[in-house]
Ligand binder design. Structure first.
Ligand code: CA
Length: 299
């Protein structure tokens, strides 16, 4: 069977779900991770974290590129959130803030993605704010359209509520929405229901008895210790959607992006609009099956 070529774009290092997704990709024999890029705030540190994870998996040959640290339109005040929860803070104090410094070469990630898309069909799996993907479209829209599909976690499609990946770069979300690309999205209305039970978290802490599993277990431990949040594997739904697309139900996206300020913070959300060509969102999901998927890591 031909492998699915994937480019992963991620804000790995904050919430634990991106870490789970990267592990699942590395363990899945049907997937070929051709490269990955990091997005939002301290992208070099995120890239370093990902590189260590690849090393644990013995997959150092996969390129990891530090992408755009700031949204397309520049700095926007967004809600504070836990950053770099999976770092050993004794080892290195990460810089949690945005300093307005653009990646050294903002064309680097878009050009590498386009290069991979030219070789053969490519899936862009986007599980962070959409800055890098939007920049790729702005770099060469036809180049992306020709050979790529996008699977993303972002937006909220039922109740017009703000969603993190959308509101961290509203302009990028708009760019993708109106790009004409073939897109499958999963929204917060589904992903927020995916929280693992304490017993399931316990199970996750035991799976995968190899260096990659050890790496993830340590990341989970640090995440739990520093945030005290339950594990909600939002981003895992985007990968699940890619792997099980044929069996899932999608609805056409008939939305547009609206922006506003709530309690002094810039927010963004989706409201009703005209149909977006090429883009569909996941209508429903079997949570039990999703949990099996997440808990089977390394078994
Ligand atoms: Ca993410």
């Amino acid at each position: 069977m031909e492998k699915t070529r994937i480019w992963l774009d991620t804000d790995i290092g904050d919430d634990i779900d991106d870490t789970l997704v990267l592990e699942e990709i590395l363990r899945n024999p049907s997937l070929d991770l051709v490269g990955m890029s990091t997005v939002f705030k301290n992208t070099p540190l995120r890239a370093e974290f990902a590189t260590r994870m690849l090393r644990a998996a013995g997959r150092e040959e996969i390129p990891v590129l530090a992408g755009s640290p700031v949204p397309i339109r520049g700095l926007t005040p967004v809600r504070p959130h836990e950053t770099f929860s999976q770092w050993d803070l004794d080892e290195k104090t990460p810089d949690p803030g945005i300093h307005g410094e653009e990646a050294k070469d903002p064309h680097l990630v878009p050009r590498r993605i386009l290069e991979e898309a030219r070789k053969a069909p490519l899936v862009l799996l986007a599980i962070g704010p959409l800055t890098n993907i939007a920049r790729t479209i702005l770099e060469d829209k036809e180049g992306v359209l020709k050979n790529s599909r996008v699977f993303l976690m972002g937006g909220e499609y039922r109740e017009h509520r703000p969603e993190w990946n959308l509101e961290c770069d509203v302009e990028a979300f708009k760019t993708i929405l109106y790009s004409g690309l073939d897109i499958r999205a999963v929204g917060l209305e589904l992903t927020e229901k995916s929280t693992l039970s304490p017993a399931e978290e316990e199970l996750l802490a035991r799976t995968g008895s190899d260096p990659l599993g050890d790496f993830r277990r340590e990341a989970v431990r640090r995440f739990q210790k520093s945030t005290n949040w339950p594990i909600t594997p939002h981003d895992a739904l985007a990968l699940y959607m890619l792997l099980k697309e044929e069996k899932l139900d999608f609805l056409p996206v008939r939305h547009e992006v609206e922006e506003g300020t709530v309690d002094g913070q810039a927010r963004g959300w989706l409201k009703e609009g005209k149909e977006v060509p090429g883009m569909k969102f996941l209508a429903s999901i079997d949570m039990e099956d999703l949990h099996q998927f997440v808990l089977n890591l390394g078994i």
